[in-house]
Design a protein around this ligand. Structure first.
Ligand SMILES: Nc1ncnc2c1ncn2[C@@H]1O[C@H](COP(=O)(O)OP(=O)(O)OP(=O)(O)O)[C@@H](O)[C@H]1O
Length: 538
């Protein structure tokens, strides 16, 4: 369809020249006016055709890009924690967001645009060749020169724009780091150092920007200059041919109109050709990511009998795990957590507490051993979220309503959301908001306090009401009133659930029944459970 539309646009310059040639010899000014009006109508129809063509291509692109982005997100979500660790989450994020925008030209929309320009240029060339091959040869010689010059500048433009992007990312990072380190900058009186640090980044960016904009100007001069040169040559040679009666004025008009149509198309074709290597690299990187997700997402082989909702115990059997091949963090660890007690995991920094909790949640897979919920193996359960909920150390708030932040995809009645919010002490805050739980958190960084974020994460986990509740440093950012609420929550929850908490906070000791100490074993570098104390929780 797009090719047909394009091909129908190409004879326009010829038609205009031909009509002028019919009119001029008659010296009839009325006929001239009519012909010019007819030409104006033809040009209008050309513009309308161009619009329809673009509309058609954009519709196709919309459908394809929605599906494509969905597939990429699905692949990313299909990755398990271990795969993400291998790729490195930060890298994953920047790779996908940058790459996915980069290869639009080689997606069908971009391809159809390239095909449009190639077809248009080819048909135009064929028509003018049929009209006069001598003059067309001049165009054929000039155009490759234009292409070579343009590509020379386009390459430089591309690398300078890349330099500018890098410099811009660096500047943002520096400013972000300065904001984040604010307290320490003031504490260590290092404002001057940071001012210099920022100045250097901005100077670098501005320098790169200057170079790029100068290149930009040169390129646009060339883009304008080459067709102008071609036009002058056509007028001179064509004029001479008109004097010798080898050519008509209408044909010169045809040539200039052809040139005007062809130059933008040729530039687009060159841009397309020069961007292909980068776009292919971006596409391959996204494909590699999707393949990795598909190849490594371990299929749930044998489905196990699901445990009863009232799980008695969660057990680790001979569990070994290491982030780096030769440095095992856990070696053949056996550990059990039973229902009716709150278990606190304590120990030094880096002992592996958060890792252990992530393994218990099923997010991180140990290299060997099993995690069992009663007799059922955790990694064979069809729906982990039905059994386990977790308050992680870093809670992610999305720019959406409080309702969606707490329900997080669950279809749940307002009443339950309100009662979870009230359990964690957020009810007064929500009541003060005009929209209540429908209040949209626009700026997740500045609108909420650290404590509110922590409480939202807690409400999110409690709402799930699963037989296993895991919490990683749940007292983070909580004031003493909120810690008391949390202690009440732990005492209530442990009656019907397995509650495992990782914390350094002494205030939680009274709320738990058992403390498991993790300690680094210097003899083999792995972690061992050095003490398991049973205490009387209240
Ligand atoms: N993604 C990772 N890649 C490689 N090593 C990691 C990763 N996450 C944690 N580690 C390492 O594993 C060890 C245990 O980390 P973990 O965060 O589980 O300790 P922790 O006991 O929770 O520490 P803290 O009390 O400081 O929070 C540390 O040596 C840490 O450097």
């Amino acid at each position: 369809m797009a090719v047909l539309l394009t091909a129908s646009q190409a004879p326009l310059p010829y038609l205009s020249g031909h009509l002028i040639d019919q009119v001029l010899p008659s010296s009839d000014s009325n006929l001239l006016l009519k012909t010019v009006l007819l030409l104006a109508a033809l040009y209008c129809s050309y513009l309308i055709l161009s619009y329809v063509n673009a509309w058609f291509r954009l519709r196709v692109r919309k459908e394809i890009m929605i599906e494509f982005n969905q597939d990429v997100i699905k692949s990313i979500l299909g990755m398990n924690y271990n795969q993400r660790l291998r790729i490195n989450n930060g890298d994953l994020l920047s790779r996908v967001t940058r790459d996915i925008e980069q290869f639009e030209d080689i997606m069908p929309y971009g391809l159809s645009s390239a095909v449009h320009h190639i077809v248009l240029s080819l048909v135009l060339l064929i028509i003018i060749f049929i009209m006069n091959w001598k003059l067309s040869l001049i165009l054929l010689v000039l155009l490759p020169i234009a292409v070579i010059v343009y590509m020379r500048f386009d390459g430089a433009l591309w690398s300078s724009s890349k330099d500018e992007t890098d410099a811009s990312v660096r500047k943002i990072t520096v400013i972000q780091e300065t904001i984040e380190a604010d307290a320490e900058i003031k504490l260590y009186d290092s404002s001057n150092f940071f001012l210099k640090y920022c100045r250097k980044a901005v100077e670098n960016l501005e320098h790169k920007r200057l170079i790029r904009q100068l290149y930009d100007t040169k390129v646009s001069m060339i883009i304008m200059g080459i067709p102008m040169l071609a036009m002058v040559i056509i007028w001179y040679l064509g004029g001479a041919m008109v004097i010798e009666e080898q050519l008509t004025i209408g044909l010169i008009i045809t040539y200039t109109a052809t040139l005007n149509l062809m130059v933008p198309s040729l530039i687009r074709i060159i841009e397309f050709a020069s961007s292909i290597p980068n776009e292919l690299t971006a596409l391959m990187r996204v494909k590699e990511l999707c393949d990795l997700a598909q190849a490594q997402s371990e299929p749930v082989s044998e489905r196990n009998t699901e445990p009863s909702p009232l799980i008695e115990a969660m057990e680790l059997e001979g569990m070994s795990f290491s982030y780096q091949r030769d440095y095992p963090l856990f070696s053949h660890l056996d550990l059990a957590f039973d229902r009716g007690r709150a278990h606190l995991i304590n120990g030094g920094n880096g002992a592996g507490k958060s890792t252990l909790l992530t393994i218990l949640s099923g997010e991180l897979k140990p290299q060997s051993g099993h995690i069992k919920l009663d007799t059922a193996l955790l990694d064979t359960l069809s729906n982990r979220s039905q059994w386990i909920s977790m308050v992680p150390q870093r809670i992610h708030i999305i720019s959406d309503s409080i309702r969606n932040n707490v329900s997080f995809g669950m279809d749940i009645e307002d009443e339950k959301i309100h009662s979870a919010l009230s359990l964690v002490g957020l009810d007064n805050w929500v009541q003060r908001l005009e929209q209540g739980i429908d209040h949209v958190i626009k700026d997740t960084h500045s609108e909420l306090s650290g404590g509110q974020i922590q409480k939202l994460g807690l409400a999110r986990a409690l709402l799930r009401d699963t037989p296993v509740l895991l919490m990683d440093e749940p007292t983070n950012n909580l004031d003493s009133k909120a810690v008391k609420l949390l202690i009440d929550i732990i005492r209530t929850q442990k009656q019907s659930k397995i509650v495992v908490i990782v914390s350094h906070d002494d205030r939680l000791f009274d709320a738990v029944d058992r403390v498991v100490y993790l300690e680094n074993d210097s003899s083999n570098d792995s972690t061992r459970v050095t003490e398991t104390s049973t205490r009387q929780g209240k």
